[in-house]
Design a protein around this ligand. Sequence first.
Ligand code: ZN
Length: 111
Amino acid sequence: MFRCQMCSKVAGAGIKAMRVTVVSRPKEYRGTVEEFPRRRFGRFRETRKPRDRGGKGHEIVKELMVCASCGAAHREKQAAIEAAAVAAAEAAEAVAEATESDAEAPALVDE
Ligand SMILES: [Zn+2]
């Protein structure tokens, strides 16, 4: 039993909540730069520590617990936004390609 954070209706017992990401941001982890421990010989040889290589991705800033219908609606909206963004990126790329030949010439006449 929970209250949907989008429509603020109470969902009945036994209904599972959906978690919806509302805000996310790009995140990069540097990882550790520590040296490997010196190798020791003998019975209690130290094993190599796994090195943390860090990584890159997106982290969640805000998440909502919503009911199934709100979750589905949000997913549809998100898909539409994503499709629009992809279309816009493709259009921008086409424009950039068209103007690329014109943009190269004035760069040489800068001085
Ligand atoms: Zn809801």
